[in-house]
Design a protein around this ligand. Structure first.
Ligand code: SAH
Length: 422
């Protein structure tokens, strides 16, 4: 495996070098880019624009496409699909597809995005897709691309793909299932982009014709895999065709990287997992707060160079009786005063081994109200795919979790014999 070289993950410069080393004209690089990122081929043989001879030469020198593989797929009653996606070394991550109705302009699942986009989309088309999503059934689940016709194009509204940046996670947030895995390794840029390519292909959609939002909110801490995450972001914009403004990255608060991120020419929008209103509480819930405390975090957020019509999103996971008191809402409002931001409130998604409770709807609404009264836009994020463990903080490799019996479960290809233990 070590001697192979994946095309997926290579940018224009690297591909140009590859083709020129092979004595080929530079336009071959563009052909490879189109094949890998737009057509989303899985094998060299499929790159029909290249001569057989050149393809064979590439293969002989250990070059492969390096496409990700769908190992399992779970579909929620709400249409959300959770994919277990495997890579060459037997490691896997989870990637979530949320059809229409989540995502929004910010691509982060808030009502804010919904409001912002409602002008641009036709509600009839949305309703139609929703119905299609619910009725797609097994055939639709296995071969969604087959069920789509030309006229479906663009009807997907605000579908969102939630992607992972690491296998597991090293940030020990006490309420998150992924944290229980620890971190196994970083994903390469190709593996990050590969998740998007394989899901787009499986869903039979293609940006920019279909509007796709992307959130780096799956497994892992993107800012602890910064270079690969950034390279993947650029490839997603420049090669796959996803608009920059439709991508959002969420960080647990790696302060120096937030600073670096602000200087990037091409970058997704920024979301920060706040989750607590004072240092004592945040350190208890997110031990990384010892290293980068609220003062440092809020300072870097205040300095963040926002673009036109851009704001920082703060996520706040509400844990019953822990960080959901009116006093916490008031402290949060105080912290964020004057910052161009919005807050996404997420009621805890429960999971095995997570010792917190989900607050009541009234409690969540009361928290939201206090923020709003303090002129801070606050939205409650609708949980997606909770029944299949696809919601925020529930991503942990599929095979380790007993999913609810009501869930339709498809094993697309046999699991590799290596055990997928966490
Ligand atoms: N590591 C990054 C990216 C993951 S995003 C980050 O922390 O931002 C995942 C989001 O889900 C974060 O905002 C996190 O606070 C939230 N989350 C984690 N566990 C959760 C849970 N059990 N219920 C609801 N939200 C959760």
């Amino acid at each position: 495996m070590d001697s192979t070289l994946s095309l997926l993950g290579m940018d224009r410069e690297e591909l140009t070098a590859l083709v020129s080393n092979a004595g080929q004209p530079s336009y071959r690089a563009k052909q490879i880019m189109d094949a890998v990122y737009r057509q989303r081929v899985e094998t060299l043989e499929e790159i029909s624009t290249l001569s057989r001879e050149f393809r064979e030469k590439l293969a002989a020198s250990g070059v492969e496409v390096g496409a990700a593989r769908i190992e399992k797929k779970f579909k929620s009653v709400d249409g959300t699909v959770r994919y277990l996606i495997g890579f060459g070394d037997g490691q896997s991550v989870e990637t979530v597809w949320m059809p229409e109705g989540d995502g929004g302009e910010a691509g982060d699942g808030s009502e804010a995005g919904k409001e912002a986009e409602s002008e641009a989309s036709t509600s009839g088309a949305k309703a139609q897709f929703l119905e299609e999503g619910f009725n797609a059934g097994l055939e639709g689940l296995l071969h969604p691309a087959k069920n789509r016709t030309g006229q479906d194009r663009g009807k997907l509204g605000r579908s969102t793909i939630c992607i992972s940046s690491q296998v597991g996670c090293a940030v020990d947030c006490q309420f998150c299932l992924t944290a229980l895995l620890g971190v196994k390794r970083n994903l390469t840029a190709g593996e990050i982009v590969g998740q998007v390519c394989v899901v787009l292909k499986d869903q039979g959609v293609s940006p920019p014709e279909d509007r796709i939002n992307l959130v780096f909110m799956g497994m892992g801490e993107p800012f602890l895999n910064y270079e690969n995450f950034m390279k993947a972001s650029r490839l997603l914009v420049e090669a796959v065709g996803i608009a920059e403004r439709r991508m959002t990255v969420s960080t647990a608060g790696i302060v120096p990287r937030i600073h670096d991120f602000g200087e990037e020419k091409i970058r997704p929008k920024l979301a920060i997992s706040l989750n607590a209103s004072n240092d004592a509480l945040r350190t208890r819930l997110m031990p990384l707060n010892k290293k980068w405390n609220l003062e440092m975090l809020i300072a870097v957020a205040r300095d963040f160079p926002l673009r036109a019509r851009e704001w920082v999103t703060f996520e706040y996971v509400l844990l019953g009786g822990v960080n959901d008191h009116p006093e916490n809402a008031r402290e949060t409002a105080e912290l964020l005063r004057g910052l161009r931001c919005k807050v996404n409130l997420i009621a805890l998604n429960p999971g095995p081994g997570i010792d917190f409770t989900t607050p009541s709807g009234e409690r969540v609404a009361a928290f939201q109200e206090i923020l709003r009264a303090a002129a801070i836009p606050a939205f409650v994020r609708r949980p997606r795919g909770r029944d299949i463990y696809a919601a925020c903080g529930q991503l942990k490799r599929t095979v380790e979790i007993a999913t609810s019996p009501v869930v339709r479960q498809e094993q697309i290809s046999p699991m590799p014999s290596a055990p997928h233990e966490g």
